[in-house]
Every structure is written in C-alpha cells, then in structure tokens.
Ligand binder design. Structure first.
Ligand SMILES: C[S@@+](CC[C@H](N)C(=O)[O-])C[C@H]1O[C@@H](n2cnc3c(N)ncnc32)[C@H](O)[C@@H]1O
Length: 283
C-alpha cells in the first residue's frame, strides 16, 4: 500500500468521529512516530510503498482512535511546556491549562536569586515538576504521587529531560507532615466531581486514570483542604501555594484558603477566560 492510500484510509475510517483538521493532525502525528516523517516528508513520499509491519502499526492505531483512545496514549508521548513527556494509562495527559499554571509560577519566581525549594503534589507524569526543574536549574524540586506506576514514569521523564527531581510515592491524604520547608508548593490534585462525569467525553472517562480525576460530590475540596493545611505548616515564611482548580469552585477555594489563614489570595483565569488557578501566600 502507498502512503497516499493510507492517508485516504485514515480519513475514511475516522470521519464522522473526528473533524477533518483533527484527522489530518492524527495522520501526521502517526507518520512522525512510525515513519519519522515530518509534514514535508509526507508530501514528498506520497508514492512510497509501506511494509506490512508498518501498515499493521497504522491499522492498530486507527482501531484505537476509532475506540476513542487519546492519541497521546497511542503514541505513548506528548509535549508539555515545550518538553517531551511519556504518558501511559497510569498518568493523566498533561493539559494546556496546567502549562499556564507552570508559566504563572515561573513568572513569579524565575528572577529570584535564591535557591528555591519546591514541592509538586500529585505529580502524575511529572510534567509540572520537570518543567519547573528545566526552567529553574538552581531549584531543589521534589514531587510525590500515590501511584508508584506514575512515579516510575515521572522518573523517566525527568531523566529524558535531563533534570533532577526527587520523587516519592506517598498518599497525601495520609500524610501527617511534609518532609521539609518549601518556598513553593504546587498541586493539580483530583478535582472533578462525580456529578460532572456526564459532561465528559469517552476519551477521558474510558482511558484516563479515574483516581487522577475524580472526587466525591460531597467533599470536592478534600485534597485542597489537606494540602493547604500541610502547606500552612511547611511553607517557609512568605512562601507560596499554587493550585490548579475546578472552574466551578473558585469562590469556595478562595474561602477555604482564607479560613486556613493564607494571605494575598489571587484567582487567575485560563486562556478560555475561566478561573482555573489560584495562589496564596503564607506570611
Ligand atoms: C489531576 S492529576 C495531575 C497530574 C499532573 N500533576 C498533571 O498536572 O498533569 C492528579 C494526580 O494526583 C494523584 N493522586 C491522587 N490521589 C492522591 C493521593 N491521595 N496522594 C497523592 N497523589 C494522589 C493521581 O495519581 C494523579 O497523578
């Protein structure tokens, strides 16, 4: 089969499920991953005859796309804050709003001369910790997650991006106190209420780890309360706590942090103009 025919097959098999732009983008991502072809190479090699194993790899990927599996899991990788990250079924796929959280943190701390101690809670693929480490070469960065399989992948992501992060598997809800004092604590914990499930797509519900996403309807701020209480003790004076938040619970988050005694609380909107981040300071 020629590459041009494969492109037609890809469109025929996926149309109706994804829009045209998305199908093209999948096709080029698969060509990049399986053939090491950029867009230009694809257009220069339309007549290339593909081997049977290569056709089988494309067929398998198309079947997984038809089953609505995210392309990032099919490829086993994604990009976050301009860096390559491996992902698998034990790790959430990093989201663009989390890149904004990293950017917000960096905009505040990047020009500080001091060596910063930073902790990322619920690190998943390690995306926040590794992106911070890459951009703050003098910082000492730690990260934890309850999933040892996520931590194993996060370690690989740190190695592949040539940064040093101290990882541990730990249940934050069962943690009495943090290991040391930090200048910055950041977390993107589980925050989607069970009641929000019905508005979510199959590609998230069927494939992404539910313990990375969901909390109960009754106590959706469980993780935030626990982390903020720990941070109140374990942040250094003037240290900052940053969270990614549920867009529907920003005011509740503000009240929670205020009750726990944090100052300079600020909510920030993401690129879709919805409140998705909050920061506060321990004075
Ligand atoms: C929303 S995901 C965030 C992953 C990653 N930081 C990101 O931004 O893409 C939440 C993470 O919290 C972890 N987690 C869930 N319960 C936890 C607990 N009790 N203690 C520590 N981590 C937990 C999950 O395994 C998951 O990796």
């Amino acid at each position: 089969m020629k590459l041009s025919q494969l492109k037609i097959n890809c469109t025929t098999q996926l149309q109706g499920m994804y829009d045209r732009e998305e199908i093209h983008s999948f096709f080029y991502l698969l060509c990049d991953s399986f053939l090491n072809y950029r867009r230009f190479d694809v257009s220069m090699n339309h007549d290339r005859l593909l081997s049977k194993p290569t056709i089988a790899r494309f067929d398998s990927a198309l079947a997984r796309l038809q089953a609505q599996e995210p392309i990032q899991y099919i490829l086993g990788c994604t990009e976050f804050y301009g860096l390559p990250f491996q992902v698998n079924k034990h790790t959430l796929i990093p989201r663009p709003e989390t890149e904004e959280l990293v950017d917000w943190i960096l905009s505040h701390v990047q020009n500080q001369g001091a060596v910063l101690d930073i902790l990322d809670i619920g690190t998943g693929s390690g995306c926040i910790a590794v992106a911070l480490a890459k951009n703050l070469p003098r910082a000492s960065i730690s990260a934890l997650d309850i999933s040892h399989k996520a931590i194993a992948l996060a370690k690989e992501n740190a190695i592949n991006n040539q940064v040093s992060v101290s990882f541990s598997d730990q249940d934050i809800l069962d943690t009495k106190s943090l290991e040391k004092k930090y200048d910055v604590i950041v977390s993107n914990p589980p925050y989607v209420r069970q009641q929000e499930r019905k508005a979510m797509h199959t590609n998230v519900l069927a494939y992404e780890p539910s313990n990375a996403l969901f909390v109960s309807n009754e106590d959706p701020l469980l993780f935030y309360r626990k982390i903020a209480q720990l941070a109140k003790v374990s942040l250094k004076a003037n240290g900052w706590l940053y969270f990614e938040i549920n867009e529907y619970l920003s005011l509740e988050m503000e009240s929670l942090l205020d009750e726990i005694g944090f100052m300079n609380i600020e909510i920030k909107n993401d690129f879709r103009a919805v409140p998705r981040m909050i920061k506060c300071q321990k004075l």
